[in-house]
Design a protein around this ligand. Structure first.
Ligand SMILES: NC(=O)c1ccc[n+]([C@@H]2O[C@H](COP(=O)([O-])OP(=O)(O)OC[C@H]3O[C@@H](n4cnc5c(N)ncnc54)[C@H](O)[C@@H]3O)[C@@H](O)[C@H]2O)c1
Length: 401
């Protein structure tokens, strides 16, 4: 079986490496730098080591390409391109459109097209299929299926092999071919009755997290106002053996999934006249956390941050990854600067971001911990400033939520 994977980022490179243990895989990406790096054995994502990538390249079963013509002759094409928001914060399907165009322009024999990119229910049936057909310019009987990706970059206990995978085809043949493909490298396949159910399940999983994080972030503010510890209260609630799931407060949510997917769900809901008030409000509560945190820091520091040297520790959206997409650190920095603070940041995992480089972990008036990577020494954080505010709840001896 010949497989092509469109998009060689977190999802696409991971799936390419796993699939190339069983099939011949071509990884297509529109970014030449990414393609060249991969072909040199340099992985740009956590979870795929350089040595593992080098082994796959050496086996002859995997290579990356910048040339859409290399999709020709594939039996299966997996789409794993970004599905972000536009600047107006509505779903942006332009990357999906361009992936569909690459297929339409280059693939002349019927293939199984599987979408792994996250999008709203109806995307496979009403957008991907007609868009590929439009660009093909002639009738080719492709098969279409969805299998939303659930990978959590940086996580070691759950991966492609042991994370249950949802799937559904537009036809029963598409479903069975999809099962055949994934069953080679995934232990647990769960077929659902329609692509729309699979698409909706993926969005709901991340909406569940967004809403619960918003709830605990709101509760952190209530606990502070009441003069009780949010962490002790959560631990106390968590002694209940059923009906409770512990989430912890933070500066907000980040990454390509949790801040974005609920908006895909809200958008499609509103288009169909259904309410998404709760989902919208959860997003707002999380986006308001950076301002709340900066207010708390200002209030602890004489109500004024003008001219204060503030070091933001950890700008990645979560620990141990270099991913800064939608990171809450961006809003924290923005609010600190709007208060007149002189802000730098420390994050050696990220290194460079928005034209700035990671600053030394020392010499600040105030340190604000947004993300705590395992490699960063807690004692060094505490010594980096005379006042340390920790939004992660991990650093004993600091101020916090
Ligand atoms: N990152 C995650 O943890 C995660 C988890 C589950 C699902 N997803 C979903 O998977 C999809 C991909 O996310 P990602 O994190 O892998 O994105 P990414 O930004 O890491 O990688 C996307 C890659 O696609 C390439 N690309 C963009 N347009 C292209 C095109 N038209 N043709 C070929 N290549 C193209 C980019 O150059 C980039 O290398 C998104 O829909 C996302 O929501 C992501």
């Amino acid at each position: 079986m010949k497989v092509a994977v469109i998009g060689q980022g977190y999802v696409g490179l991971t799936i390419s490496v796993f699939a190339s243990e069983h099939f011949s895989v071509v990884g297509f990406d529109s970014n030449k730098v990414v393609v060249d790096q991969i072909n040199q054995g340099i992985s740009h994502i956590e979870g795929i080591s350089n040595s593992r990538l080098a082994r796959r390249l050496k086996s002859g079963n995997f290579r990356a390409t910048f040339d859409g013509r290399d999709l020709k002759g594939s039996d299966v094409i997996v789409i794993a391109v970004p599905t972000p928001l536009t600047p107006e914060r509505i779903p942006d399907l332009s990357f999906l459109e361009s992936a569909c165009r690459t297929i339409g322009d280059n693939v002349i024999e019927p293939v199984l097209v599987i979408n792994e990119s996250t999008s709203f229910p109806g995307t496979l049936r009403n957008y991907i299929k007609p868009t590929i057909e439009k660009y093909s310019g002639k009738q080719i009987q492709h098969l279409f299926a969805i299998s939303p990706e659930r990978v959590d970059p940086g996580r070691t206990d759950f991966n492609q092999k042991n994370t249950p995978r949802l799937y559904s085809g537009l036809t029963s043949e598409a479903s069975s071919r999809t099962r055949e493909f994934y069953s080679r490298f995934c232990d647990n396949l769960v077929e659902v009755s329609s692509p729309e159910v699979a698409e909706a399940a993926k969005l709901f999983e991340n909406t569940f997290r967004q809403v619960n994080i918003a709830l605990v972030n709101e509760f952190a503010q209530i606990a502070h106002a009441l003069g009780i510890s949010v962490y002790e209260t959560l631990d106390a609630a968590n002694t209940k053996p059923y009906g409770f799931m512990k989430f912890t407060p933070s500066a907000g949510v980040g990454g390509h999934c949790i801040p974005v997917d609920p908006i895909y769900l809200a958008s499609v809901a509103e288009k169909h006249g259904a309410p998404a008030t709760f989902i919208r409000r959860a997003n707002e509560v999380n986006l308001e956390m950076p301002e709340y945190i900066v207010r708390r820091i200002a209030s602890d520091n004489g109500g004024n941050l003008q001219g204060k040297n503030v070091l933001v520790v950890g700008v990645a959206y979560k620990p141990n990854v270099a991913d800064v997409r939608e990171t809450a650190a961006e809003l924290v920095i923005e609010h600190l600067r709007s208060q007149g603070a002189v802000v730098s940041w420390h994050d050696e995992v990220v290194g460079n971001w928005k034209g700035e480089s990671s600053a030394p972990l020392s010499g600040a008036d105030i340190a604000v911990v947004v993300t705590k990577h395992d490699s960063v020494d807690e004692k060094k954080i505490l010594a980096s400033a005379s006042y340390v505010f920790d939004t992660t709840g991990k650093i004993k001896g600091s101020k916090g939520l």
